[in-house]
Ligand binder design. Structure first.
Ligand SMILES: [Zn+2]
Length: 219
């Protein structure tokens, strides 16, 4: 069963939409998964991959409760900017233990942790449904990064996509999604760096099995 829900509103008042898939009642109970794209607005390939996954799951539903937000940072996506409409890098705005107001140019973390309606919407959804498997879609490095308990999932997704899996992206990320939900809370967090979408859909072909795996049997 599929339902649409508005889970929040952007700085400029755009509705943030989530598509929820619920498996049949006889499926083995598992904690819900959340998959989201375009936390960075200049990564439209991530939103397109989320849309492709939605189309796929309409035909063949997932094996666990799955919520997909194609674009968290809709204002940035519409403007072609990485940051949101207040020039906040949403992946520095989460209320992790390492959140800090100090930052380099272009990485403004917001006036305070989770000051932004887009990060608030994502955080509220995760808490409300009790999601434990979290897949963040970014672009375009073709790698699977994990935080928290995400290693096993990241390695299998990497194997399916032909991408390397890594637990360390090589620089500190205070206030990042992975810091809050992986490092602090110990949840299964995988960040998928998807490729540019090619006209022939090659990018989706590469990542399809990995994304499908993240919401399917037997994990
Ligand atoms: Zn990104």
């Amino acid at each position: 069963m599929r339902t649409d829900e508005i889970v929040g509103t952007t700085v400029l008042g755009r509705p943030i939409e989530a598509i929820a898939f619920r498996p049949p009642s006889y499926a083995k109970a598992r904690p819900p998964a959340v998959i989201f794209g375009a936390l960075h607005g200049d990564e439209p390939a991530s939103a397109l991959q989320a849309q492709r996954l939605i189309e796929e799951l309409l035909d063949r539903p997932p094996g666990r409760e799955t919520w997909i937000i194609p674009a968290v940072n809709l204002d940035g996506l519409m403007a072609g900017t990485k940051n949101n409409a207040r020039d906040v890098d949403l992946n520095r705005n989460f209320a992790s233990a390492n959140w800090t107001g100090e930052h380099k140019g272009g990485y403004f973390p917001g006036a305070s942790a989770e000051s932004e309606p887009e990060s608030q919407a994502l955080a509220a959804l995760i808490d409300r449904i009790g999601a434990e498997r979290l897949v963040a879609l970014h672009a375009t490095f073709k790698v699977m990064n994990w935080d928290g308990r995400g290693r096993e999932l990241a390695e299998e997704m990497g194997r399916l996509a032909g991408y390397p899996a890594s637990g360390d992206i090589g620089y500190p990320t205070p206030g990042s999604f992975g810091s809050k939900y992986g490092v602090d809370r110990g949840l299964e967090v995988v960040t998928v760096e998807v490729p540019y979408l090619e006209v022939d859909e090659r990018a989706w072909t590469e990542t399809r099995a990995a994304l499908r795996w993240s919401v399917d049997l037997p994990t």
